[in-house]
Design a protein around this ligand. Structure first.
Ligand code: SAH
Length: 354
């Protein structure tokens, strides 16, 4: 069986269907389905039955079933999606005139960030590109008409740079013509800072990048993100600096900084953050820690968050606070975990390029 249709690129489809025109028609069909088809039909318009039928038989649609859908009062909607027994989470975050879909790149996660609930799941398996694209399809199909799904962030479960081939393929599919044709700048891949993956992504992709920095010293970062021992702060920021020179500052780059009370939220941290980001055109997203039990970490007071923010802004760095959305339904950053007992969700946020 070849790859499922949502994971195929236009060139691959052309090869499968024997012509560019048929490939374009197949993509138009795929992206105009509302509600989504459950399986590939025997025929689609404008593609000869003779070619389509054997293709449909050897490929598939592999859309997930919606195991659970939770909507918070602000319209943020969290989906538990089931791909033949593997559950992942996807979140739709509406904003003025558009929605952002936050998708998972792994079931569970290969990383062990102390503050993130997803680590409780351990690593279950890599997701295929079609499963990432399918998450987008499901959430997009239910987006409000006045807020169409125009943005994607890889900020759900998983570390995208530990599954980079599939993530790059998904980015290609999401940005290709004739559909869904998202702008590369509107697709953001977020990493905990896996250096080899970061280097390859920066060399190969035009998509936006978010780096989860979360600390200003290696000592503190290693405490909350153990992988920092292998890829310390200077190694990661060195790549962003080189990328800024190479792309002449054209890549949209976000620096995610989760604020932990008393640990990384001091005035010195704010000053160090500004120094660390010299030469890196970026926007900082401050995310007040969404508490997750047993970590010993604290959420700073709102006043402390505002003070940190102001101190960074005063030194000329673009910086926004991402006040949590969807906390009521545990759809916020670091809260994406599906309890193994199937009882629902426990406390993650989807942030950055919202
Ligand atoms: N593995 C990738 C993408 C998933 S996490 C990465 O680390 O970037 C998406 C964002 O949520 C990251 O910036 C992460 O630092 C943040 N996050 C994780 N747990 C959190 C929590 N408990 N509270 C607030 N933000 C959290």
């Amino acid at each position: 069986m070849s790859r499922a249709l949502p994971g195929l690129t236009l060139d691959e489809l052309e090869h499968e269907l024997g012509s560019r025109t048929r490939a374009l028609e197949a993509l138009k069909w795929l992206w105009s389905q509302r509600p989504l088809a459950a399986a590939l039909p025997e025929a689609i318009p404008e593609v000869s039955h003779r070619v389509w039928k054997p293709f449909a038989a050897r490929t598939g649609l592999t859309l997930p079933t919606v195991a659970q859908r939770l909507e918070s009062p602000d319209g943020t909607t969290k989906y538990a999606l089931d791909f033949s027994g593997t559950q992942v989470e996807t979140v739709r975050i509406p904003a003025k005139g558009r929605s952002t879909i936050c998708i998972s790149s792994q079931a569970g996660c290969t990383r062990k960030c102390v503050f993130c609930a997803t680590k409780e799941l351990g690593f279950i398996r890599q997701l295929k590109a079609e499963e990432m694209v399918a998450q987008f399809m499901v959430a997009r199909a239910e987006a409000p008409v006045e807020a169409p799904a125009s943005n994607v962030v890889f900020m759900g479960m998983g570390e995208p740079f530990d599954n980079l081939d599939e993530v790059l393929r998904a980015v290609n599919v999401l940005t290709q013509s004739p559909a869904p044709q998202l702008r590369a700048v509107s697709v953001t891949v977020s990493t905990s800072g896996v250096l080899p993956g970061l280097q390859r992504f920066l060399a190969e992709s035009k998509a936006s990048l978010a780096l989860s920095l979360n600390a200003t010293t290696d000592e503190v970062r290693t405490q909350v993100m153990p992988q920092n021992k292998t890829w310390p702060i200077a190694s990661l920021l060195g790549e962003l600096r080189a990328d800024a020179v190479r792309t002449k500052g054209k890549r949209q780059t976000f620096v995610e900084y989760v604020l932990f009370g008393g640990l990384n939220d001091t005035d010195d941290d704010a000053d160090r953050l500004v120094q660390l980001l010299a030469g890196i055109p970026s926007r900082v997203n401050l995310i007040p820690y969404n508490p997750y039990p047993g970590t010993g970490l604290r959420t700073p007071s709102e006043e402390q968050v505002r003070r940190f923010h102001q101190r960074v802004v005063d030194q000329g760095v673009l910086c926004l606070v991402r006040w949590p959305r969807g906390r009521e339904i545990a759809a916020a950053c670091g809260q994406l975990v599906r309890s193994t007992s199937g009882e629902g969700f426990s406390p993650s946020e989807v942030d950055g390029a919202l």
